[in-house]
Every structure is written in structure tokens, then in C-alpha cells.
Ligand binder design. Structure first.
Ligand code: ADP
Length: 549
């Protein structure tokens, strides 16, 4: 536990004003800085985006006249940060594989000429890095090692990187002579523990700023066939403000290109941004966005991490986000200047298949973990409760009530409730107690699954229900009474129902023995325990599912 921290002294405040232009520290910033410069303790810090992480590792070396080594995954951000520091007369540079003038920079670093040096994790854990750390151990010029985006060390996080896993080497090299500070905006308890142990932190202080971002409005909608129509629907209703800098996240590179084209054709100035663009083009697009020369950047979720702009007003997920951590981080890029911003997600049931595909190269515990994380995301998207509350309780499971500061523009569900005299959002077939009655449709789906006894996956079952032909169906099977009985509902609807019944334990998914890493997983489906009980009592009960878990 933290002991109480004395107030900053005048000399601290002078340096803060002179070099950083701020009149005072934010409370947690000072606590962290005090722990580093006075107590030389390791730390693990979870700080909501926009709170001011950078100061925590930039202030100590300026104050102590030493150097902070800052490990961060993206060269493009290092470049921006270095330029910003130099503009404030704080000597800085960055080191990554293939950078020019490396030898010279390293000599100056060892002499203590820089206050802040950014490094990639690959550089730190490679041979040149190892050699550099040997020299730094001797020179004793390092005030602090800061590891940004520290959640990347954990397999349980959403953005695991192998090079991060090896950063424990830094402790091995430098021993306990230099404090190590891990920082991230997103980490569950499990990920925090993983961070502390794999970076070999010793008795670290832990500080969490809380996760709430009251200036973000959260909304979720079904995805239609055209992004233009989807956006227009919400703009016409006066909900969505499609005016300021906007990031659209798509699940695949192809999708970013299609969406960018649709938006361009509609007259929106935009560019797409993904890993296949060469470095020069990426930089160009990033700069155009930062300088407001284009309004919209359409990025893959895998690559959007490099986009850095404080006044993003709107984040659109066009396709379901991968999991709660990624989602939190991605929407977190909106409104870092503290002004009101909006976050819209559009999803359809098939999006979860795309996400499932990305899971297919995992096995064992890691697979199970990611799968659970994905299901949680599905629940979030389908939830009728306050979305802010749902999101916050994911990171702080003990949280019983809603946000600390009730946001005026909280989320679509709260807005609906307020507009309709506290009535729950309406869904066809939804009953007063919040349960949805799937009636005979659930019966049909379970019967079809039962009929094939685990031979097929959900797609084949739905084809059968909707009366589709397939060479794998035998003539005699097509005479079964449920064949074609599901035509009254679209296939997408059946897929959605299938997912709900899976979550509720009526159905069970069985991984095929032919599944292999990197291949689309083929899971067959069979009736689960709850489904069997139900089938024995058909006609006597209905399947009602609570949509507000
Ligand atoms: P994070 O990395 O946590 O998202 P940054 O370090 O980029 O946040 O800081 C976010 C914003 O807050 C920046 O515009 C920064 O200038 C501002 N800021 C940071 N510390 C202070 C402070 N003590 N007083 C006023 N503004 C601050």
C-alpha cells in the first residue's frame, strides 16, 4: 500500500512550468513521479487515455538531469514525441532497428546527453540493445526505464507481442539500480499481475486512475449492407455528429478499402490505413489526418494503434470489435482533449465468424481465454443495460454501481430510457421482465441440430432449416418435418439465435479434429444438456432468454 505522498515543492513546480508548461501536477502524476524520484520504486500504472502518462516518465529525467528510456511499440509515435520534446528544448531521440546514425546516438546516450530516449522492444532485446545496456549500467545515467503499452507483455491481453515478453531482460541487465515503470491504459487484474511478474518488478507501487471516460458517448447498432445508409440513419435522427476528425475501424484490410471508397464516393474526404501500405504512405496518411487535411481515416483494428490525434470526435467500429480490451482502447482514442466525442459500433452476427477466424491459430488455454473474451464482446453489443457500466465492470469486476461521474451523454441505452420515461429499450417479442421469447423458432433450431446428431456446423443446419439444397443432405433427410420450416426468418437471424442458444447452454460447439492453426475453424454443433432437457418437454415450456444479463 502507498504511504501518503507529500506535496510537490516549489522546485518541482518550477520545472513543471518551465519545461512542460503546466501549472500543477494532476494528483496521480505527482504520486507516480514522487515514487520514482524519491523512493526509486518500480511501478505499475493503469491510466485512462488523456490523463497524462507521458509526463510521468518525461519529468523525472528532466528534474534529475538523467535519462529516461521509454520502450514503446511504434516508430511513428516515437518520431512525433521526439519532435515535440525537442520543440520544448528537452533533448530526445529514438532508437529502433534500421535507424540511421545509431552509433552516434548511442554514444551520446551513454554520455547522458539526452533526457528522453525512445526504443522499440525489438531493439532492447536484440544484441545491440544488450551491449547498450551493459554500457548504461556502467555510466549510471539512467533515471528510469518506462515501458509503455505494457499490456503487450501479456498473453491474456488483447495485443500480445513476443518482443514485449522478453523485456524482463532489462531487469536482468540493469539489476535494481534503476526503477522500472510499466504503463498502460487497459489491463484487467490478471494482465496487471502478468505485467509485474514478466517485467520482474520488485514490490511495485500500483496506481489506477480508473477507467471511466465520461466524455465518450457509446452506441451500438446493427450493420446494414451500406455504411452510407447506416451513418445517414443516425445523422438524420440528429444523434450522430459526423463532422469532426473520425476514425473508422474495420476488421480486414479489404473492408477498409471498400469503406474508404464508399465514403469518398459520398463526398467525405478520407483515406485508408493498413499494414500493406508502405511506411512512407502510412506516414503521409497519418500526417494528413493529424493536420486535418482529411476528415476520416479508415484503419484495420490491427493497425490503428499508430494513429495519434487528441481531437478525434468520432470513432466508428464498422464490424464487431475483437474483445472488450481492444474496444476500450480503440474508443479511447476519441476525445483525448476531454471534449465530448462519440463512439458508434455497427455489427452483424457474421462478424463473429471473422473474429473466430483470427482465433484459429491459438490452442489450449490461450484459445479458451480469447474465446471467452470474444463472447463477452458479443454480450456487450447485444446488451440493453448501460453500456458504460458494462464496460467499466469488465475492468473492475467489484464495481457495483455505475460511473463515478454520471455522464450526460452516456450511451444509446440510457438515452433511450430517458426519452421514453425510463422504459426499457423496445425489441419485438420482448416481455416486461426483460426476457425475449424465442417460442417455436428455438424449438425448430434445436430439433434440426438434434436430428443431425452433431454431424454439421451451424451453417449447414441453417441451410437445412431454410430449405436449401446441399449434396451432403440425403434424400431421406430432406423429408424430415423441419426441413424448410425456417424460411420465414433470414439466415442471419437464425445465426444470431444459434449464438444465443450456445451462450445459454442449449447448444454446444465441438471443435473439429481437422482444425489446424491458421485454418478457418470448423466446429460442429450438437444439443447441450439444457437443450436435451428442453426437447424432452417440448410444448410444455418456451425458451425465454434474458437480454439484460
Ligand atoms: P496519455 O498518454 O495518458 O493519453 P498524454 O501524456 O498524451 O496522455 O497527455 C494528455 C494531455 O494532457 C496532453 O495534452 C498533455 O499536455 C495534458 N497534460 C498532461 N499533464 C498535464 C498537467 N499536469 N496539467 C495540464 N495538462 C496536462
Amino acid at each position: 500500500k502507498m504511504t501518503s505522498t507529500p506535496d510537490p515543492q516549489q522546485n518541482h513546480l518550477d520545472i513543471l512550468r518551465k519545461h512542460f508548461g503546466h501549472a500543477k501536477f494532476r494528483p496521480m502524476q505527482w504520486e507516480i513521479i514522487y515514487n520514482i524520484i524519491k523512493l526509486k520504486r518500480d511501478g505499475c500504472v493503469i491510466m485512462a487515455t488523456g490523463y497524462g502518462k507521458s509526463l510521468c516518465y518525461q519529468f523525472p529525467p528532466v528534474f534529475c538531469n538523467g535519462t529516461s528510456l521509454v520502450i514503446t511499440p511504434l516508430i511513428s509515435l516515437m518520431e512525433d514525441q521526439t519532435l515535440a520534446l525537442e520543440a520544448a528544448n528537452i533533448p530526445a531521440c529514438y532508437l529502433g532497428a534500421g535507424q540511421s546514425g545509431q552509433g552516434n546516438k548511442m554514444d551520446k546516450l551513454v554520455q547522458g546527453d539526452y533526457r528522453v530516449v525512445y526504443l522499440t522492444p525489438e531493439f532492447c532485446t536484440g544484441d545491440i540493445g544488450a551491449n547498450l545496456f551493459d554500457r548504461l549500467l556502467v555510466s549510471k545515467t539512467i533515471t528510469l526505464v518506462a515501458i509503455d503499452e505494457a499490456h503487450c507483455v501479456s498473453q491474456w491481453g488483447h495485443d500480445f507481442r513476443h518482443s514485449y515478453r522478453r523485456l524482463g531482460k532489462i531487469r536482468d541487465k540493469l539489476g535494481y539500480s534503476v526503477p522500472i515503470l510499466a504503463l498502460t491504459a487497459t489491463a484487467t487484474q490478471q494482465v496487471q499481475n502478468d505485467i509485474c511478474s514478466s517485467l520482474k518488478l520488485r514490490n511495485p507501487f500500483r496506481i489506477c486512475s480508473g477507467f471511466d471516460r465520461p466524455n465518450l458517448y457509446l452506441a451500438v447498432h446493427q450493420k446494414g449492407p451500406s455504411i452510407i445508409n447506416d451513418l445517414r440513419r443516425h445523422m438524420i435522427r440528429g444523434e450522430m455528429n459526423f463532422a469532426g476528425p473520425t476514425i473508422v475501424y474495420c476488421p480486414t484490410k479489404k473492408a477498409t478499402e471498400n469503406v474508404a471508397k464508399a465514403l469518398s464516393d459520398y463526398g467525405v474526404s478520407c483515406r485508408y490505413y493498413h499494414a500493406d501500405l508502405n511506411a512512407k504512405l502510412r506516414k503521409e496518411v497519418h500526417h494528413m489526418f493529424v493536420r486535418d487535411e482529411i476528415q476520416v481515416i479508415v484503419a484495420t483494428v490491427a493497425f490503428g494503434m499508430g494513429i495519434d490525434k487528441p481531437d478525434v470526435r468520432l470513432i466508428i467500429h464498422y464490424g464487431a470489435p475483437k474483445d472488450m480490451e481492444s474496444y476500450y482502447q480503440e474508443v479511447g482514442r476519441a476525445g483525448r482533449d476531454g471534449l465530448q466525442s462519440q463512439c458508434y459500433s455497427y455489427f452483424s452476427a457474421t462478424d463473429f465468424n471473422t473474429n473466430q477466424y483470427f482465433l484459429s491459430n491459438l490452442t489450449g488455454k490461450a484459445y479458451e481465454h480469447r474465446r471467452t473474451a470474444m463472447l463477452k464482446m458479443e454480450q456487450y453489443l447485444q446488451s440493453r443495460q448501460c453500456r458504460r457500466q458494462f464496460l467499466l465492470s469488465h475492468f473492475e469486476p467489484d464495481r457495483l454501481k455505475g460511473p463515478d461521474t454520471p455522464a450526460e451523454n452516456c450511451c444509446d441505452n440510457c438515452t433511450f430510457r430517458r426519452a421514453h420515461g425510463n422504459k426499457e429499450p423496445e425489441v419485438d417479442g420482448l416481455k416486461e421482465d426483460g426476457t425475449y421469447d424465442f417460442g417455436e423458432d428455438a424449438e425448430l433450431l434445436l430439433s434440426a441440430v438434434n436430428f443431425f446428431g452433431g454431424r454439421f456446423g451451424i451453417t449447414m443446419i441453417i441451410t437445412f432449416l431454410c430449405g436449401g439444397k446441399n449434396a451432403k443432405f440425403r434424400e431421406s433427410e430432406m423429408e424430415n418435418e423441419v426441413f424448410g420450416k425456417g424460411k420465414h426468418k433470414p439466415k442471419e437471424w437464425w445465426r444470431g439465435l444459434g449464438r444465443i442458444l450456445l451462450q445459454e447452454g442449449y447448444l454446444q460447439e465441438v471443435a473439429s479434429k481437422y482444425n489446424a492453426p491458421g485454418k478457418f475453424p470448423m466446429n460442429t454443433i450438437r444439443v447441450g444438456k439444457r437443450g436435451t432437457d428442453f426437447l424432452h418437454r417440448i410444448g410444455k415450456e418456451k425458451i425465454s432468454v434474458n437480454l439484460y444479463p
